[in-house]
Design a protein around this ligand. Structure first.
Ligand code: MN
Ligand code: MN
Length: 321
């Protein structure tokens, strides 16, 4: 299939400095959201309130006994995925599966059930794409979707969807989750492009998802204590994101809902970071992040951007297809 990238003439005034700020903001937002949310993961909103009032600082702790400024699987798997994309110069299911396998061997602090099961199947059967399973609609492939959104920025929609699903299906393959995944990737790319009406357009994409599948209807009851079931995760993320207007307010809103808070924090963090840029992330959170994590996020963000059709001008490459 021929699927040309969007010629760079379509984006005549890419402001490189502003684009770099948004791409770094997205990656740092992911890590900050993960680090902030991990302290209150699996807590109920009233427990958070009783223990810390409003949770607003990166202090570590939580059920993982995380060191302050450290991150969990959400950020670590994103970095592993990003490294695989950079090493392969494109998208290889085998390259990604190997990267996740190596990550699991490094004895990470936490691993989702679906992710672990998939990596075990890769080891035993060589499977790099999971078979369709409607019970796989967890949030584990969406929490690490950012590297694909950056690396395929400016690509045609078919290539974006193909790359996003290829990485997701290494561990999760559920049509309901794919719908949510695509909405998140499109919203993130919309934010990264930096048009003036990006926030409104992101809201329209979220509304479109809600019309595609009622599980994602975020307009009804306030979502508290969201589980790892993607529709619950995204209902909390969309409510917090669309009802606030700064990076800080949005992230504080979502993590104080408790539940899978490191993952709602991670997803909201990269979407809001993409919209508002690194310069909008509070200094105390950037400084609070582990220095090595901060450095890797910034570097990877810019490297992935360099290979995107928007900057690199090359179409997206797919291997082992
Ligand atoms: Mn996590
Ligand atoms: Mn989580």
């Amino acid at each position: 299939m021929i699927c040309a990238s969007v010629p760079r003439t379509d984006v005549p005034c890419v402001d490189a400095k502003a684009l770099n700020d948004r791409v770094r903001g997205a990656y740092l937002g992911l890590a900050v959201g993960d680090a902030l949310g991990a302290s209150v993961e699996f807590m109920l909103p009233h427990e958070i309130k009783a223990n810390m009032g409003v949770h607003r600082n990166i202090v570590g702790g939580g059920w993982l006994h995380l060191k302050a400024g450290h991150v969990t699987d959400d950020t670590e798997m994103s970095l592993a995925l990003g490294e695989a994309i950079l090493a392969d110069g494109g998208f290889s299911a085998l390259g990604i599966a190997r990267a996740f396998d190596a990550w699991l061997k490094s004895k990470p602090i936490d691993v989702g059930h679906t992710v672990r099961r998939a990596i075990v199947r890769f080891r035993s059967q060589g499977l790099t794409q999971m078979p369709l399973d409607d019970f796989d609609a967890g949030n584990g492939a969406v929490m690490r979707a950012l590297p694909v959104a950056i690396a395929t920025l400016g690509a045609c929609p078919d290539d974006v969807a193909r790359a996003a699903k290829l990485q997701a299906h290494v561990t999760h393959n559920a049509p309901l989750a794919d719908l949510g995944l695509m909405a998140v990737v499109r919203m993130t790319q919309c934010a990264l492009r930096g048009k003036e009406d990006a926030f409104l357009e992101m809201g329209r994409i979220a509304q479109g998802l809600r019309e595609q599948a009622r599980e994602y209807d975020f307009t009804k009851r306030r979502m508290e204590n969201p589980s790892a079931f993607l529709p619950e995760t995204l209902r909390a993320v969309f409510q917090a994101f669309l009802e606030t207007d700064t990076f800080e307010a949005a992230l504080i809103d979502v993590v104080n809902r408790g539940g899978d808070a490191d993952t709602t924090g991670a997803i909201l963090g990269f979407m809001a970071g993409a919209l508002h840029g690194e310069s909008a992330i509070p200094e105390r959170w950037l400084k609070g992040l582990n220095a090595e994590v901060r450095k890797r996020c910034k570097r990877q963000a810019l490297s992935l951007l360099q290979m995107s059709p928007m900057i690199g001008g090359e179409a997206v490459s797919f291997m082992d297809a």
